[in-house]
Design a protein. Structure first.
Length: 535
């Protein structure tokens, strides 16, 4: 019996992975071939999906991208024995894309059956939780703090400090504490949260359970956007399995910890990526930003102390506890410790997941991993950090990818999304899109964001149309300053970042292309912003 892995990841399924798996199973039935088809997560080499892996004595041999029509020919050529074929890639673990990475959070993704608890434990699962349960809550918090782990949702706030704040909450208001995972992954060009939930769901459960032990919580919620049906289904099945094995519920792993998890599905509002808006939605209200203070760590879900972390933050915690703070601290640069999961998307030849230590340059990501643009044209701009991140020109591609270096360069790391544009992009249209996006997604609570974004679209239109350019440029700068300083949250506060960066680095697009009717241009239709499934 030969074991063959075919991804069940949503990106792989979108390009025919289900049909490939069915063809293999059908061939096994009709030809009496001994094949055990296992549906794994994606390795993250999205341009090679569906990536089929065959287990051989030498290791797992990859073939890809495989279509359903390729299956008969592959089987006839001896794929089950690792035979040569034009689609043969060799040993998957030795592919340069993977071999150069530091897979920490994604160490199991693509290797195991996501819903096999036996597979999870066999590959190191639960080591972090078992280690944590042998420690006091305060010692667990100290370990996370010493590791240097910072929030991977975009803010980069030290996870250990947030946990300690919740742990130290006492009194009547602290009789119940919560762990909330914000899986509302709304940034364009990002897909790491989805991939780890679909490819290694027990890891998120383990991370949230460790957090519960560390701060004294008994209940947790995973807030997933409705656009992620596969992640919702996989996480739901994993939670049921975990309960059945005593990994959740009363007396977790035979300890005194009582902790259970629930999934809540969001309606797709971008603003719910902000922690307080997410909490409002969890409480059954419209997703709107709360004024701070009080911070959620003190008054969060239903007014109780709450840990709110991103998926990548919580899925890194088990590794920190299993290997120790120092092992994680040894990776990275400066105050940016450990690894970051970068997501390469847009007009790029090789899109996908790159997990590596902080400090890699943007140029290395784009050229060495990404292989340049899919169109073959020169790269003109790269947006880092989601739709509200800065547009960086080629002159800044040697910036190290860490929180402080990017901030000094007028950019931000965000959730690790890297969206590439070639030289056909109209940066005036992209700047307008940022304001338009904010106007569409604003919760409307504060005036700078709600009204400022609408006025921003109008002012950019006047600039491009050549109407009193100097006066309107000054007005746009004043508007950006007001939105940055006066908005309640990062939605309005960061909208000026892509606008200012486009003006600073690509000013010609606001002048030389002024004869274009900007209102007729939609950046998504220009072929420069593509989904990760197309990357």
């Amino acid at each position: 019996m030969t074991t063959v892995y075919v991804p069940r990841d949503a990106a792989a399924r979108s390009v025919g992975a289900d049909e490939v798996a069915q063809q293999l199973q059908l061939a096994a039935i009709e030809g009496e071939i001994g094949v055990d088809v296992i549906r794994n997560g994606s390795r993250g080499l999205l341009w090679l999906e569906p990536l089929v892996e065959v287990v051989t004595p030498e290791g797992r041999i990859g073939y890809g991208p495989v279509t359903p029509d390729d299956v008969p020919d592959l089987l006839a050529a001896g794929m089950l024995d690792g035979a040569d074929h034009p689609l043969r890639l060799g040993l998957v673990d030795q592919l340069p894309w993977l071999a150069r990475q530091n897979r920490v959070t994604f160490a199991r993704v693509g290797i195991t059956d996501p819903l096999s608890p036996e597979d999870y434990e066999a590959h190191g699962g639960l080591q972090g939780l078992r280690a944590a349960l042998e420690m006091t809550p305060a010692d667990v918090v100290t370990e996370v703090t010493d590791s240097g782990l910072r929030g991977r949702g975009g803010a980069g706030f030290p996870a250990g400090i947030k946990w300690k704040t919740v742990l130290d909450c006492e009194g009547e208001d602290a009789d119940l504490k919560f762990i909330c995972c914000n899986a509302d992954e709304g940034d364009s060009g990002t897909f790491a949260d989805r991939m780890v939930m679909e490819g290694d769901p027990f890891l998120l459960i383990e991370g949230m359970t460790i957090a519960a032990h560390a701060v004294g919580a008994r209940e947790g919620y995973i807030y997933i956007r409705s656009e992620y049906p596969d992640a919702i289904a996989t996480m739901g099945a994993a939670i049921d399995i975990a309960r059945g094995r005593g990994w959740l519920g009363a007396g977790v792993l035979g300890s005194s910890l009582d902790f259970d998890l629930h999934i809540r599905v969001g309606a797709g509002a971008y603003i719910c990526g902000e922690e307080t808006s997410m909490l409002e939605s969890l409480e059954g209200k419209r997703g709107m930003v709360r004024a701070k203070p009080p911070i959620p760590a003190i008054e969060g879900l239903f007014g109780k102390p709450t840990v709110v972390n991103n998926v990548l933050t919580l899925t890194t915690v088990p590794v920190v506890l299993a290997d120790g703070a120092k092992a994680y601290q040894d990776l990275g640069v400066g105050r940016s410790r450990g690894t970051q999961v970068f997501q390469l998307a847009g007009n790029i030849k090789r899109g996908g997941i790159v997990e590596t230590a902080f400090g890699i340059t943007l140029r290395e990501l784009i050229e060495d991993y990404g292989g340049g643009t899919l169109s073959g044209r020169p790269v003109r701009a790269v947006q880092v950090g989601g739709p509200l991140g800065a547009y960086l020109p080629e002159a800044q591609f040697d910036l190290p990818m860490d929180y402080e270096a990017l901030a000094e360069g007028g950019a931000m790391l965000g959730h690790g999304g890297v969206v590439v544009f070639d030289d056909t992009v109209d940066m005036a249209a992209q700047a307008r899109f940022a304001m338009e996006f904010c106007a569409e997604e604003s919760c409307g609570k504060c005036t700078p964001c709600r009204v400022g974004s609408v006025r921003g679209v109008e002012v950019i239109d006047r600039i491009v149309a050549g109407e009193q350019r100097d006066e309107n440029l000054a007005l746009l700068e004043d508007l950006c300053e007001l939105m940055t300083d006066g908005s309640l949250c990062a939605m309005g506060g960061l909208t000026p970042m892509p606008v200012r960066s486009a003006l600073a680095h690509f000013a010609d697009d606001f002048v030389e292309r002024g004869d274009r009717r900007l209102l007729e241009i939609h950046p998504v239709q220009r072929g420069n912003t593509r989904t990760e499934g197309q990357a």
